[in-house]
Design a protein around this ligand. Structure first.
Ligand SMILES: [Zn+2]
Length: 348
């Protein structure tokens, strides 16, 4: 009996917490609006169903299998794997959600496009990418038997990746473009300030066992509480949030955004590491050593999906010889860029 009572109390609570709407079929075409609109009206016009979780302050929109999450009190919308920033925050007025004018083009239209998406007409998950060439300056990284330095190899590969990704329509920023020392802290701050969607760190391996060879990728393991509130993560959150217009002192909203970003980053990074590792290794005809988890600083302290790739072993004389060649570096760059681009566009 007690259980039953508890259950019904819970049910009442749930019913009062979730408010939802499912628009009936509307033949009206999507309209563009010049002013703020009620979310429920814009959804009804476009046949989009919505559910508002008033505790989490998240409105989930659905249209034929395509989904978006609107965070009330912020200008952030998560569309599948993509983050969209509105011109102004979604806000509540007399217990109704109001959205800015660009909600129609940035969210509703894309939701509809995504639902009707045909192969080859995908909306990329990522548009803006940070390419991080490991080491630099006083830090040479791994050094091969013939003296080939990791910092030189990875910078050259990264410049090539940047060029190819730009040709493919992505916005690319590098954490260093020359042989200079950039701290790990600074690298994560560059990534957080840039409002980018993906962070790719490029390294070359070294191992005591000189026979070790191949290509491998890493993503961060699930982070514990202490890692999640690490000073650098908090600094980076501040940098990233300054790009979003979250109401000042809205701690609850910041916590929710922080959790959403974390969940998003963890699931995406894992998939990315796996898919990019498999595809790139295949394209460059290298052994795939697999997608692994590692607590690397740049993976732990970035807030966007982040992976680290090890393109080959400088400690292996055969791979060192390959990594010396411009043609092989170009091959790696082309293959990595293609794998990233395929992932972003959802093609396998
Ligand atoms: Zn390295």
């Amino acid at each position: 009996m007690a259980n039953k009572k508890l259950l019904s109390a819970l049910f009442i609570l749930m019913a009062s917490v979730f408010i939802s709407g499912c628009a009936t079929v509307s033949k009206q075409p999507p309209v563009s609006t010049k002013r703020e609109t009620y979310l429920k009206d814009i959804c009804a016009r476009n046949n989009v169903s919505w559910q508002w979780d008033q505790v989490a302050q998240v409105v989930t929109l659905k249209y034929r299998g395509a989904k978006a999450k609107v965070l009330v009190g912020s200008d952030l919308v998560l569309m599948g794997e993509e983050r969209v920033t509105l011109s102004a925050p979604a806000r509540t007025v007399q217990s109704a959600v109001i959205v800015p004018p660009d909600f129609q083009s940035k969210v509703i239209l894309r939701l509809r496009q995504e639902a009707s998406q045909k192969k080859g007409y995908a909306i990329p998950k990522f548009r803006s990418i940070i390419i991080d060439a490991g080491h630099g300056g006083k830090d040479p990284g791994a050094i091969g038997r013939t003296g080939l330095q990791e910092k030189v190899v990875v910078l050259d590969i990264c410049k090539r990746i940047k060029k190819i990704l730009q040709q493919r329509g992505f916005k690319v920023k590098m954490t260093r473009e020359s042989d200079k020392f950039v701290s790990l802290k600074a690298r994560t701050e560059i990534a957080s300030r840039a409002a980018a969607d993906l962070f790719v760190s490029v390294h070359a391996n070294a191992a005591r066992v000189r026979s070790a060879y191949g290509f491998e990728t890493f993503s961060a393991p699930d982070l514990g509480f202490v890692d999640r509130i690490a000073t650098q993560r908090k600094i980076n959150e501040g940098l990233m949030f300054s790009n979003l217009s979250i109401k000042k002192n809205a701690l609850n909203v910041e916590r929710i955004v922080s959790d959403m970003l974390y969940e998003h980053k963890q699931s995406e990074s894992k998939l990315l590491a796996k898919q990019i590792g498999q595809k790139t290794a295949k394209l460059i005809k290298a052994k795939n050593r697999g997608a692994k988890k590692a607590r690397f600083y740049v993976l732990r302290n970035t807030l966007i999906p982040a992976i680290l790739v090890e393109v080959g072993f400088l400690s292996n004389s055969k791979e060192e010889k390959l990594l010396k060649k411009k043609t092989y570096r170009q091959k790696i760059a082309r293959s990595l860029a293609r794998s990233i681009s395929d992932y972003a566009k959802g093609t396998r």
